[in-house]
Design a protein. Structure first.
Length: 370
């Protein structure tokens, strides 16, 4: 029986084969017509989440939902098995949100993927975010090794080969004008390779900047692969919750160094100041290996701990530590270096462990200041 239509009567006295065949043919024709209409409707909707670009270039939400600041937004027709209805309501009647989506939504987003993205990342900070948001479902080439400054100075054959098949490159703002990255596009011959920049100001070691970078990367990835937008939205919500937790943890860890005057590399000073550590003086890299940095400390400065930056190199921190007779901790700005810091969360925890270990191991540790 087809909904909304009367069922052909087969009762009565006439049960001849001709009548039965005619009724059967009529029913099949009605059913076939309904299927054609359903197929046409699915084709028109596209069948998969799509990114709808608003006039300001940002993605917009369906059903009148307003995105939070910096948050990627997804709109379009979503199949029943792939996510919440387009009216912005969960099937239980509640408002849909990334926080309320159950783990099955993540599986559904993964099932909607027709391919693995091939991504070029400007640094391990970017590759960490992209890998997390895609749940490892992408091939990522990180141009700069984690222990080096992410400006790069040469092209590797492997980088060129990967770029020839890559879908997009996601870079830091300071990398966009580097000749190396423009050359990569030219040498690879991949004219469809999209170069995008993550606009997130400040030190990415600070959770607030990590939040902005994560949201911007989510928007970029969703635009590149709309079929993965459901997965990306769920994973982004989880990442943001983790960042809230690490912010509280970082400030608690910093409490063990309260009142200790620290001389810090300029690359680490922002993060340490944010955490509540007293940065008495910040210094840049040295002009010669193991040399003292060009900037000089103010007269009478007291320093009880020195925090250098691994990626800056040059040994400036060692020279500063010798000058003040203070213990030295070498911190990292990028996940992956050292090996015990493979992602952002472990990077933050590892940097605080190194600070505290250097402070506690100092044989002539001065009394704590409060």
């Amino acid at each position: 029986m087809v909904a909304g239509r009367p069922e052909p009567a087969l009762g009565g006295t006439d049960h001849s084969p001709a009548v039965f065949i005619a009724v059967l043919a009529f029913s099949l024709a009605i059913a076939a017509g309904g299927q054609v209409q359903a197929d046409e409707g699915a084709s028109a909707s596209g069948g998969a989440p799509v990114i709808e670009e608003a006039r300001d270039g940002e993605a917009s939400l369906a059903a009148g939902e307003a995105p939070a600041d910096g948050e990627a937004a997804v709109s379009g027709t979503v199949p029943a098995e792939a996510g919440p209805p387009a009216d912005g309501k969960d099937r239980d009647g509640g408002n849909s949100s990334a926080e309320k989506m159950a783990p099955p939504g993540e599986e559904q987003g993964r099932e909607g993927a027709s391919r693995r993205l091939k991504i070029i990342a400007g640094s391990t900070l970017i590759s960490d975010i992209a890998s997390d948001l895609l749940d490892g479902g992408a091939d990522i080439l990180t141009l700069a090794p984690p222990e080096a400054s992410p400006t790069g100075d040469d092209l590797k054959a492997a980088s060129t080969a990967f770029a020839a098949e890559a879908d997009l490159a996601v870079l830091h703002g300071f990398q966009a004008n580097e000749a190396l990255f423009r050359e990569l596009v030219s040498v690879s011959g991949n004219r469809s390779l999209t170069m995008t920049v993550v606009q997130a100001a400040g030190s990415w070691q600070i959770p607030a900047s990590q939040k902005l970078a994560s949201e911007e990367t989510a928007r970029i990835l969703s635009a590149a692969a709309p079929e993965l937008s459901g997965l990306i939205t769920v994973r982004l919500a989880r990442r943001l919750k983790s960042l809230e937790a690490v912010e509280l943890e970082a400030r608690a860890l910093a409490g063990s160094l309260a009142g200790v005057p620290v001389a810090a590399s300029e690359m680490q000073a922002w993060f340490l100041n944010w955490a509540g550590i007293f940065v008495a003086w910040s210094f840049g890299g040295s002009s010669s290996p193991g040399g003292f940095p060009p900037s000089q400390p103010p007269p009478g400065l007291e320093v009880e701990l020195v925090a250098d930056d691994l990626q800056t190199g040059g040994g400036a921190g060692e020279a500063v530590a010798r000058r003040f007779g203070a213990p030295l901790a070498v911190l990292s700005s990028f996940p992956g270096a050292p090996e015990d810091s493979p992602d952002y969360l472990s990077l933050v925890r590892g940097n605080f462990r190194r600070l505290e270990a250097a402070w506690k191991a100092s044989p002539a540790r001065p009394p704590r200041r409060r």
